[in-house]
Design a protein around this ligand. Structure first.
Ligand SMILES: [Fe+2]
Length: 264
């Protein structure tokens, strides 16, 4: 049994700005392996990629382990050239695709990237079952943590927008797809889903640290990366105390297919 926060690594000792770090990454070829602690100060690099097709604008996030350059990408869509340019600039090795949910504007490039780079596509098992989504190298996952290099990936089940939506916590960064925007939250298909969304947002308020940076799938004004304290200040959907009042407010518009992607 490995102690919490420890991984098997090829070890490095590094001096960064006066901070001594014991750091490493899994290297199956190395016979020099040991257990080290990932320091609290360590944070991955988050590359914010704004991509467009037609009227759709999405945020994709390339998350890079700053030492090993191993990387994952969250909800890749629309512009392969933008994604690959970012990977090249970051000297990143793509290790997997994290999908928050199965809507087309969040999964558009998942299969293409998976086939080209031979990496898994992760989505919640519940979302796969609810949506029927399929892609090359698709892996259904639950809320168990796992590591890519020095990055601990923690999926958080947050249904409401869809039945199996995940947010992903990596370091002090939360990738929220269409669950939580700076200015609002994702649409819900019916009242029961709105109740689920209320519970999901309450869970985030209980579990996410104030300094955590929030990276949504879309922006409706504010740039991605505002901390959770700032999002709570901006976002009326995080201030309801009663699920019925929340659902009444959330469902106050009649949605139609043309306005499917509108959040408010
Ligand atoms: Fe969506």
């Amino acid at each position: 049994m490995l102690p919490e926060h420890s991984i098997e690594v090829a070890f490095w000792n590094m001096q960064l700005g006066g901070l001594q770090m014991n750091y490493g990454y899994p290297d199956r070829k190395s016979d020099q392996s040991m257990l080290v602690q990932i320091t609290e100060e360590y944070q991955p690099i988050v590359e914010v990629l704004r991509t467009k097709r037609g009227s759709m604008t999405n945020y994709n996030y390339l998350v890079v382990d700053s030492f090993s350059r191993r990387a994952v990408i969250v909800d890749p869509a629309w512009q392969m050239d933008v994604v690959e340019h970012a990977m090249s600039q970051a000297q990143a090795s793509l290790e997997g695709v994290l999908l928050t949910h199965a809507h087309a504007d969040h999964v558009d490039l998942a299969g293409v990237l998976s086939e080209k780079y031979g990496c898994p596509v992760w989505m919640s098992t519940r979302e796969i079952e609810a949506s029927g989504f399929s892609a090359a190298n698709l892996v259904g996952i639950d809320e168990s943590d796992w590591w890519i290099g020095g990055m601990k990936i923690t999926p958080i089940l947050t249904p409401g927008h869809t039945p199996g939506c995940f947010c992903y916590l990596i370091g002090d960064n939360l990738f929220t797809g269409d669950v939580l925007f700076v200015e609002g939250c994702g649409i819900c298909p019916d009242v029961e889903s709105a109740y689920q969304m209320f519970e999901s947002l309450q869970r985030l308020k209980r579990e996410i640290k104030p300094e955590t940076r929030i990276f949504p799938g879309h922006s409706f004004g504010k740039a991605p990366g505002l901390n959770f304290t700032g999002v709570i200040r901006e976002n009326i959907y995080l201030h309801f105390r009663d699920k019925k009042r929340f659902a009444e407010f959330r469902q106050r518009h009649v949605h139609n297919r043309e306005k499917f992607f509108e959040f408010h």
